[in-house]
Design a protein around this ligand. Structure first.
Ligand code: ADP
Ligand code: ZN
Length: 212
């Protein structure tokens, strides 16, 4: 199964992509995580990306398209993959088509803007890629990652002002992808729920025809 996850920032793409990855045994490629680790490592890519991310803008298409090309060429993606955070614009989707990559399903997780803003203030993340919410998905021990034991932190771009900018970027540049993929007949939608496991049930139901 070659899957694209769509959704506003904070809709729960990362959380659901981990569940799908486990169930279907396919890797998840999260452009946001890749860019953040480049930022942390202080590479040229990281320095370039930071300027855009801190502003709530998209990193230039050419940069993320290059990253995705590299990942999709790896053996790990042969049996399927989940794209979390890519494509995020029409030119990125067109680039994917031009690469000859066949997408089976595009799953959009729908959450209204008001809920997004409230949710983001409770988000806590780990450098291992795990993501939590202080109320809706708390770690077993406060501020400590269940997976790896590291200290959790608040993402710099989760500041309320930046969240608002990311939401308008989403509506302007990413949301048109729903129509792009609906026209191809591969768009599926689920309503993001308050509880992670409720959303996961809906997601698995939407993907049930891909089960082995
Ligand atoms: P979220 O989905 O919660 O907004 P991500 O971790 O996926 O967060 O992305 C964080 C930031 O990284 C985005 O706001 C954007 O600046 C940048 N980014 C991630 N993926 C892409 C992409 N495909 N194209 C351009 N910029 C991207
Ligand atoms: Zn961790």
């Amino acid at each position: 199964m070659n899957l694209i996850l769509l959704g506003a920032p904070g809709a729960g793409k990362g959380t659901q992509s981990a569940k799908i990855s486990e169930k279907f045994q396919i890797p998840a490629i999260a452009t946001g995580d890749i860019l953040r680790s480049a930022m942390k490592a202080g590479t040229t890519l990281g320095l370039e990306a930071k300027a855009y991310i801190d502003e709530g803008k998209l990193v230039p298409d050419a940069v993320v398209i290059g990253i995705i090309k590299e990942y999709l060429a790896s053996d790990a993606c042969k049996k399927g993959f989940i794209l979390d955070g890519f494509p995020r614009s029409i030119p990125q989707a067109e680039a994917l088509d031009e690469m000859g990559v066949k997408i089976d399903v595009v799953l959009s997780i729908e959450v209204p803007d008001e809920k997004i803003v409230a949710r983001m203030s409770g988000r806590r993340v780990c450098s291992c890629g795990a993501s939590y919410h202080v109320e809706h998905n708390p770690p077993k021990v406060a501020d400590v990652c269940d997976n790896c034991g590291s200290a959790l932190y608040v993402r710099a771009d989760d500041a309320p002002e930046t969240v608002k900018k990311r939401l308008s970027t989403f509506h302007a540049q990413t949301e048109p992808l729903k129509e792009y993929y609906a026209k191809k007949g591969i768009l599926a939608t689920v309503e993001g729920q308050e509880k992670v496991e409720d959303t996961t049930s809906l997601v698995f139901r939407a993907l049930s025809r891909f089960e082995a």
